[in-house]
Design a protein around this ligand. Sequence first.
Ligand code: 8OZ
Length: 369
Amino acid sequence: MTKHTLFTPHTAGKIELKNRIVMAPLTRNRARPEDDTPHDLHVTYYTQRAGAGLIITEATQITPEGKGYAWTPGIYSEAQVDAWKRVTDSVHAAGGKIVMQLWHVGRVSHTSLQEDGKKPVAPSPIASGAPTFDGTQMIDTSEPRALEVAEIPRLLDEYRHAAANAKKAGFDGIELHAANGYLLDQFMKDGPNKREDTYGGSLENRTRLTFEVLDAILTVWEPGRVGIRLSPFSGANGATDSDPAALADYVVGRLARYDLAYLHMIEGETGGPRSWPNETDLAALKAKFGGTWMGNNGYDRELALKNVADGPADLVAFGVPYIANPDLAQRLELDAELNAADKSTFYGGGAKGYTDYPFLSEAELKKAG
Ligand code: 8OZ
């Protein structure tokens, strides 16, 4: 029996994947509170999932200012580099590939999560209206202050530094988080971005920061090891745009010139419908990009098989199914049953609901194989 394409290797830029099943970036809020480092549990959790063609880490802040939730990890300190190195070494020893997702939350934060209780930064001083978690309770995000143009070189340095740290930590590449209403997405969308300078107004201006950040991290990494995540069709965290089809078309068109590892597209709204504007044709967008297209959002086995075979996706990223199934790639290949995910342990806590989901047993493997 020939293998379905979903289970065959694919080269994403310069990253060689053993199959086309990707573990999506998943915020799990289990980093050490003292210093935002991943610990032993993270090593186990990611290593258990090394059967994926590619693992994308949970969103990881590039700087303390980029933090928006309790217990998310960072990649700005030496302690964080050392801790992540243990994760990458272990994943590699298990035959996996892993890239780090670089994150700055922008306005999706609270003063209590910022150094010295400072206001979070954003394109414009407009609160996201989205909630966050401060380590005790869900709270409204704070009203941010507008980032000044004079601060942008400092921000680019922080992205560059984080990208260099990810390299030191042994990752196979990085993914730039430019989705879900966080800083770069806030700049790109005309709901949160009301600026009247060179970072606001036209599509060229609103996307300027994203491309400046991309250029900054490309001084550290070759393009074939850099991916980017976008969600132009989503209003997550209050970031809406008046013309998402035009935004998607413009950004994807410019990304086509970069020869990146992949474009990771949230096809619709995370946890919501797989829907996009009538004017948008995902296959045409993929063709415009020209490189590896990673589809995400609401995929099950059937849709993944179909979209990889019919061409609108080269890779498929699974989120919730990867929380509950460390051996998801194998289960999908064998068409075995999936464990159900326990929502109550998604965010925060310890091993429960994190590293204790069962692998297929010998008996189940025999039955399925
Ligand atoms: C869920 C909870 C907190 C953050 C994203 C990084 O949506 C996230 C996130 C998801 O990209």
